[in-house]
Design a protein around this ligand. Structure first.
Ligand code: SAH
Length: 208
């Protein structure tokens, strides 16, 4: 899988190393294990999917390009919205100092907790709740990454982004469809850049 990504890249070597070190097959159901290393999203229950490896690589690569903490070769303090099965959270741990990942579906939050436990990632904190509110107790974050698509970037994420930090999220631009959006926070304000079209599950408010 990583060899195929290398061809489709270029991606930061550290992103490819992180993808190499997290066993994706451990995050999908037994019946789907043979497809675990294909470049495809797969069902993880509760109507949700594990993101496509090339999309995970792309988003992490853009994050690595942007944050001030990259001077230290990592993403710093990270907030992920949409833990799902925990796969991307585990990959993020290989690139960060501390990761907080929020999931609104209790069944998935519990599943992710069980799946990441054997990996012994001490710098990972899984939170059950509404990620549209971000997670104020650990703010500010050097990097924020959303795995679900809303109509706009919630205000709470912008407030919780550190100065010098970078946020990446799919945003549904109505007629244009879903686009990958990057927001950089500078001393003087925020700079928003649109990237390519993408396809993500919806960002929903509240927790269930
Ligand atoms: N990164 C995940 C991808 C999961 S799909 C992985 O590697 O598996 C996106 C997830 O976002 C879904 O689990 C969905 O329940 C969750 N989600 C949607 N809206 C949310 C919200 N407001 N807060 C937290 N999670 C949310």
């Amino acid at each position: 899988m990583v060899e195929r990504l290398r061809v489709g890249g270029p991606y930061h070597a550290r992103v490819l190393d992180a993808l190499t070190s997290v066993p994706r097959h451990r995050f999908v159901d037994a019946a789907l294990v043979t497809q675990a290393y294909e470049d495809t999203s797969l069902p993880i229950g509760h109507g949700q999917t594990i993101s496509k490896p090339s999309v995970v690589a792309r988003m992490l690569d853009v994050l690595m390009d942007g944050v001030t903490a990259r001077a230290a070769g990592h993403l710093g303090r990270v907030l992920e919205i949409g833990t799902g099965c925990g796969y991307q959270a585990a990959v993020l741990c290989c690139l960060s100092r501390h990761v907080v990942s929020v999931e609104r579906i209790k069944g998935l939050h519990d599943k992710a907790r069980d799946l990441v436990a054997p990996l012994r990632m001490n710098q990972l904190r899984l939170v059950y709740g509404d990620g549209m509110l971000g997670h104020p107790p650990n703010a500010p974050y050097d990097s924020i990454i959303a795995a679900a698509c809303g109509a706009s970037v919630p205000e709470s994420w912008l407030t919780q982004l550190a100065v010098g930090g970078r946020l990446i999220s799919p945003v549904d631009g109505a007629s244009k469809g879903q686009m990958l959006v990057v927001v950089d926070r500078h001393e003087g304000g925020y700079q928003r850049t649109e990237y390519e079209a993408v396809q993500f599950v919806p960002l929903k408010s509240g927790s269930i």
